[in-house]
Design a protein around this ligand. Sequence first.
Ligand code: FE2
Ligand code: FE2
Length: 309
Amino acid sequence: MATNDATGMQLDEGALSQEYFTNAVYRHWDPGAIEELDVDRERLLNADLTEEQFEGIRRTVARFGAGEESVTEDLLPLAQVSENINDQMFLSSQIYEEAKHTKFFDRYWREVIDPVAEGQGFERTAPTEDRYFNSQYTELFERTEDAMQRLLTDDTPKNRVVAYCHYHLTIESVLAQTGYYGIQSSFSESGSDEVTDEEFVELPGLVNGITKIRSDEGRHVGFGMAKVREHVQTGTVEESVVQNTLQKLLPLVAGTVNDLGVAINPDPLVEYATEKLTRRIEIIADAEAEIPPVDELVEIDDTAAQASD
Ligand SMILES: [Fe+2]
Ligand SMILES: [Fe+2]
């Protein structure tokens, strides 16, 4: 049985991953209890909406729902090779949370997207249809799956850093945080006004779910950052591995948020993604910089989030 050497206890209360696990349990939420999906449905049913506008919303929901499904499947190899109980506990909570994110998007399709398509007289589609995914999206997720699977056959410090750079730093930090920021800006009064060109319909149900998801992602990203930083600061992996991996993936992130739909303007999003990436690299490379405390990582206020991460 694993024990914490200093105290003989099983768990290390001072470990970052144990602290994050505790925070995850404390902040538990139920995707089935997210409110106001009925408000979104009614608003979209009554909105003067073109099929093209609706297709933009639908593409966004399909793409991020599929992304959450992919990361639910792809995290397991990391949990399997992890030898520390505190890390294993955190990663278990993370897989569970990714599954909840997948569930929320699935529910949104059933309760909002499909009934609106029907009510508005638009074609009914499935969220898994090829039309919702472009080549950059597909490549980004295939590369991430490969980086995670590689750990099962070749678990080296470098391959772990490459896995964290794909999964935690690119997909979760840059892509998810950017995409969700875009959705929040487009379909609510919060976020940035530059992201949306037009007065568009507010969707409080979608924004309620995404607010919970973004908060979880803040914790996931913090964990990945801490792991990569540890390798770079102790010299087990060169900083250039981080730089090269992230720089190679950035165009795929930009391509993924580039054609979401008429309501979401990609330029400020790509700028937001680039800024986030640069800030991540600074924190990893700078011996003096610190990862913000977990309570700050899970904060959703955009001004605070941007200043701290
Ligand atoms: Fe997620
Ligand atoms: Fe996540």
